[in-house]
Design a protein around this ligand. Structure first.
Ligand code: CA
Length: 230
């Protein structure tokens, strides 16, 4: 999906030039030609980046930056015709991500936009932890959410059933004895013995196997234990 950029700029020729260049780089661009319209759009719609002119009719760039920053982390590049203004906005600490003095080349703007989007994505990406998911032949185990699906249909498991299934599926092709599995899943104080393992394996098979007499996931290795087949 292409990234959406908002340009808040009252000089239409500059806004058009920026828009053309950004569109050539496959960005989706919206333009607001006055402060109030820009502020409303910036607050109410989701953009991936905002290019914000400082001197605008209505609400100025200082105020727009402050209000958007109050609500959102969208990267903001502030532009101004005056070098002094840039120094001033830096000093105010409004939270803009970058500053450019007009005139600038459109290709420099595009390069900065791309750099900020990449930086922002790394920042966001590092905060999102993906769930650990094991998927084998129609069986899907989300070990983070502790949920299991068989051919797209969710099945419910008790805590120990889930622990046992997730452990076996997490160590595919490894044969475990019932003793090993009991030690792994049940703590020492637990009441029970290795027969508990057998009972749980049976219950898991009833939930995940198409034919429990010919299990395709958890295989019985006679005289030894069990193995999760991949
Ligand atoms: Ca202006």
């Amino acid at each position: 999906m292409s990234k959406r950029i908002l340009i808040i700029e009252d000089e239409e020729s500059i806004a058009d030039l920026e828009k053309d260049y950004l569109e050539l780089s496959n960005f989706e661009v919206e333009v607001a030609n006055d402060g109030q319209a820009g502020l409303t759009k910036g607050l109410n719609e989701d953009f991936d980046l905002i290019i914000l002119d400082l001197m605008l009719p209505g609400v100025d760039g200082f105020e727009i930056c402050r209000q958007i920053r109050d609500k959102k982390n969208t990267p903001i590049i502030m532009v101004s015709a005056k070098k002094d203004d840039i120094d001033k906005i830096r000093g105010l600490g409004l939270g803009a991500d970058d500053y450019m003095t007009k005139p600038f080349s459109p290709s420099e703007l595009v390069a900065r936009v791309k750099a900020h989007l990449a930086r922002y994505e790394r920042l966001i990406g590092s905060n999102v932890e993906e769930n650990e998911v094991i998927e084998i032949r129609g069986l899907k185990i989300d070990t983070t959410a502790r949920r299991v699906w068989v051919n797209g249909e969710e099945r419910s498991f008790t805590t120990k059933e889930f622990d046992l299934l997730a452990f076996l599926a997490g160590h595919p092709n490894h044969v475990y004895t019932k003793e090993e599995l009991f030690r792994e899943i049940w703590d020492m104080e637990s009441i029970g013995d290795i027969a508990t393992v057998t009972v749980h394996i049976k219950k898991i098979r009833e939930k995940i196997e198409y034919d429990t007499s010919h299990p395709q996931y958890i295989e019985t290795i006679w005289g030894v234990g069990y193995r999760f087949k991949v």
